[in-house]
Design a protein around this ligand. Structure first.
Ligand code: PGA
Length: 255
């Protein structure tokens, strides 16, 4: 059985004073309620070190991005080695905002995944189509291209520790969610076709595939009840302690 994951992607939000109180609140919630899912928080880079201390191991800490380069003269970049030295266990890679605003290519994302894994950071690999790509019925083709490039150097040994996040671009921050049936259809396609053709049936069954895009307390349980939806990557709702707690609770209930 796959343990569900609820991961919060804070993006570029929160001053430290607010971030600290949210981290303390999440820590308290998780310690009190002991959910049977994994919880990951991905705050902005400067908060990662404090976050690993405040979250006392029960909640894992992830970065929102990672450099594809190992080390050296790359001003402004953060390497996998640096993140690993701060007990960061996950990195979000290939988020649609990185792809569209910062023009990250599929190949670059593949390099990021490779460097992360080499330095013991597990990846949350994002994929997802735009509205135009869905309307022209290209959504599966796009997701396949994105994931094949991202997983190009991921071996059988490492795949089970990587996480995939399907986030249709048209559902991110828009209040619009893929219906549970639409999400399940894509998740099943990712598992049974993309992953299975490369890694076989058993390993594909082990990979957690999260849904992201306007997940809220009111829709989390229905989404997480679908057989191939193993939790969520949460943006806006991860900034509110009560909402995030209630999504964690939904993942726990549907485990
Ligand atoms: P959202 O963002 O939950 O605010 O739609 C999700 C994401 O971008 O990871």
């Amino acid at each position: 059985m796959r343990t569900k994951i609820v991961a919060g992607n804070w993006k570029m939000n929160m001053k430290w004073v607010d971030a600290k109180s949210l981290l303390l609140g999440i820590n308290q919630y998780v310690n009190t309620h002991k959910p049977n899912c994994e919880v990951i928080v991905c705050p902005p880079y400067p908060y990662l070190d404090n976050a690993t201390e405040i979250l006392s191991g029960k909640v894992q800490v992830g970065s929102q991005n990672i450099s594809e380069y190992e080390k050296g003269a790359y001003t402004g970049e953060i390497s996998a080695e640096i993140l690993n030295s701060f007990d960061v266990s996950y990195a979000i890679v290939g988020h649609s905002e990185r792809r569209s605003i910062f023009k990250e290519s599929n190949e670059q994302i593949g390099e990021k995944v490779k460097t992360a894994i080499k330095n013991n950071i597990n990846t949350i690999i994002c994929c997802g189509e735009t509205l135009e790509e869905r309307q022209s019925d290209n959504h599966k083709k796009i997701v396949k291209e994105q994931l094949e490039a991202a997983l190009a150097d991921v071996s059988d040994k490492d795949i089970a520790n990587q996480v995939i996040a399907y986030e249709p671009v048209w559902a991110i921050g828009t209040g619009e969610t893929a219906s549970p049936a639409q999400a399940q259809e894509m998740h099943q396609f990712i598992r049974r076709e993309i992953l299975e053709s490369k890694y076989g049936n058993d390993l594909s069954d082990k990979v957690r595939i999260l849904y992201g895009g306007s997940v809220k307390p009111g829709n989390a349980e229905e989404l997480f009840s679908k057989p191939d939806i193993d939790g969520g990557l949460i943006g806006g709702a991860s900034l509110k302690e009560d909402d995030f707690a209630s999504i964690i609770n939904a993942a726990s209930r549907t485990q």
